[in-house]
Design a protein around this ligand. Structure first.
Ligand SMILES: [Zn+2]
Length: 135
């Protein structure tokens, strides 16, 4: 298992703490710091995974909590206006996600889903991703 040097960890932490850092960028930076190579947004794969590790047959999706209806507060709250519209749109995403996941797994891909809210905890995120990529 790879370990982060103190320098790398602190640069990682500072990047992650940035308020307007997009979750996907956080994950990409982390994976890069861990020394893994990946490809982005393979449209040929179901659901166009955010990070693809072709040699390992692994993919990572970084999901926004609201759009993909995570079980956290942001994912379970419903906008007051146009509630039906948002519900339909988000439910559509969830259905598509499930289909993509099933198709990828059927094809032998290992899939990790990282939620937006999880990208705010650098330590937990590092542990999850390291574990996923190491076996
Ligand atoms: Zn969440």
């Amino acid at each position: 298992m790879e370990r982060l040097t103190p320098e790398r960890r602190s640069s990682l932490m500072s990047r992650i703490k940035g308020k307007d850092t997009k979750p996907e960028i956080v994950v990409r930076s982390l994976v890069h710091c861990l020394g893994h190579r990946f490809r982005l947004h393979r449209r040929t794969l179901p659901g166009t995974p955010d990070l693809v590790f072709p040699g390992h047959k692994k993919v990572i999706f970084v999901h926004g909590c609201f759009w993909h209806m995570h079980t956290c507060l942001r994912g379970t709250s419903t906008p007051v206006n146009n509630a039906a519209f948002w519900r339909a749109k988000r439910t559509g995403n969830v259905v598509r996600d499930a289909k993509s996941l099933a198709a990828l797994r059927k094809d032998g891909w290992k899939v990790l889903i990282v939620w937006e809210c999880e990208t705010r905890n650098a330590i937990k995120l590092t542990t999850r991703i390291t574990k996923f990529l190491s076996n």
